[in-house]
Design a binder for this molecule. Sequence first.
Ligand SMILES: [Zn+2]
Length: 237
Amino acid sequence: MPGAAIEALLILQNRDTRRVDLEAQLRAVPTDIALVERDIGEEKGAIEAARTGLRELESRKKLLETEIGSAEQTLAKYRTQQLSLRKNDEYQAMGHEIETVQGQIGEMEGRELEIMFSIDLAKKKFAAAEAVLKQNISGHEARIRMLRERGENLAAELKAAQAEVAAARGPAADGWLRAYDRMAARGLPAVVPIRGSKCGGCHLKVSSEAESAARGKGSPGELARCDQCARILYWDN
Ligand SMILES: [Zn+2]
């Protein structure tokens, strides 16, 4: 059994470990919330992209319709003009013009059909993106609420854990507490058992002096330290 001085440090270390763990969990909460918010943002982004795509196609269609309209006006004008032409070669030349415009209209109508087909696809894409968000949003929101609640609970637990740490520091001997704090600042555990003549922290063999200090056979009040990693050692066999 470790002595009372080590016992006090082990209690402190136990509470410090819990405090550090709670701090890490609390730190993770905003990151987790940000991840959910990113998902929501991505789903909204997909809707926006689909909406923009749809608008672009619709304005292309409108433009094309205007072009077709004016080509049809030209066509009607040419046909009227053709009726007043008496010379055969002039009549034929106008006929050629009419064919050209007809060809242009046919080509534009073909493009319009393609755009209408793309509009149908874009509408489906838009509806699908909206459905995804609609389906997920309540889950996303519930997760954010849950994470916020978790954050509040963790903060309360951390406050209690900090009070417990402060209470555990009281009984610890001054010199040992300073050694503990220096080691703990590098990362826990700061106090480790010797097992099979090896340090429970770095797992390297400890010197016989360190081992006998840990057994309480050194000078009174002597703190046993690992020769390799300087962690505080105690005898636990
Ligand atoms: Zn060590």
